[in-house]
Design a protein. Structure first.
Length: 271
């Protein structure tokens, strides 16, 4: 992997939803660049367009104006390995955890051809190794309803990573979990990123989560969203919970909070 290759670029992107009088501007003149292997977190007020950016990069949404370039081509023009995890793990209840994790292998090349030929047997060890890394060793044959919310989200991470994606898109993946489970999963996700170095886009409302995980944090304005702050996060890795109590970490989260509070106030002050 070339750590200096640009994998994502948004140039003066605007996104408008709706038609005529019913339309509204979701993103306005949004420009950003992300290098291969970066871990980027996006924070900002609710409705500021963070999830819209994920959809643009994944090729699920087209910009109204501007350009979205992924791996040197317009988003969606060329297949690139993308893994996605959301707040709701959405596991298929009639499949085992292992079978749910294998789902991307059935549709994503170069794995799909081998999967069909071998009926998935080649990938069992690959799945079980990931399950062990996230603390779910021995749970591959369980059904989704037999696992807790935190366990399902661990399995969800495995499913997002099983096909070794170049881009990992995470939209509030830990938002529904209790604080202790979230913090455990921060450490697991950090370890997985250090080992495999995909480019990660994380949307989160948790400023501690952003500062713990990210190598860069983008702060979005209130709607219409645009990037109002872009800063590197230089804390040494691997980060631990002790890192979150250090003066520099606390100062960073306070600075981010102030930016978001100001963005919300500016929106409320508009006529």
């Amino acid at each position: 992997m070339n750590a200096h290759a640009r994998i994502v670029q948004l140039d003066a992107v605007r996104v408008r939803f709706g038609r005529e009088r019913e339309s509204f501007l979701a993103l306005d003149q949004t420009t950003l660049k992300v290098e291969d292997g970066e871990f980027v977190a996006m924070v900002g007020p609710s409705g500021c367009g963070k999830s819209t950016i994920l959809k643009l990069v994944a090729g699920l949404l087209q910009p109204t104006e501007g350009a979205v370039i992924v791996a040197g081509r317009e988003a969606g023009a060329e297949r690139i390995g993308i893994g996605m995890a959301f707040q709701n793990p959405t596991m298929l209840p009639w499949l085992t955890i292992r079978q749910n994790i294998m789902l991307p292998l059935k549709i994503v090349e170069p794995y799909a051809s081998s999967f069909r030929k071998e009926k998935g047997r080649l990938f069992r060890d690959k799945v079980d190794a990931l399950l062990e890394k996230v603390g779910l060793a021995g749970f591959g044959d369980q059904r989704p309803w037999e696992l807790s919310g935190g366990m399902l989200q661990r399995a969800n991470l495995c499913r997002a990573l099983i096909h070794e994606p170049r881009l990992l898109m995470l939209d509030e993946p830990f938002g529904a979990l209790d604080q202790f489970t979230r913090e455990e999963l921060w450490a697991i996700l950090q370890e997985l990123w250090i080992e495999t170095r995909p480019t990660v886009f994380l949307v989160t409302h948790d400023l501690r989560e952003a500062a713990f995980l990210a190598s860069r944090i983008l702060v979005m304005s209130a709607r219409p969203g645009r990037v109002i702050d872009d800063r590197n996060v230089s804390f040494a890795r691997p980060r631990t919970l002790d890192t979150t109590y250090e003066d520099g970490f606390v100062a960073l989260t306070h600075a981010l909070r102030s930016l978001i509070v100001t963005a919300r106030q500016n929106q409320e002050a508009r006529p």
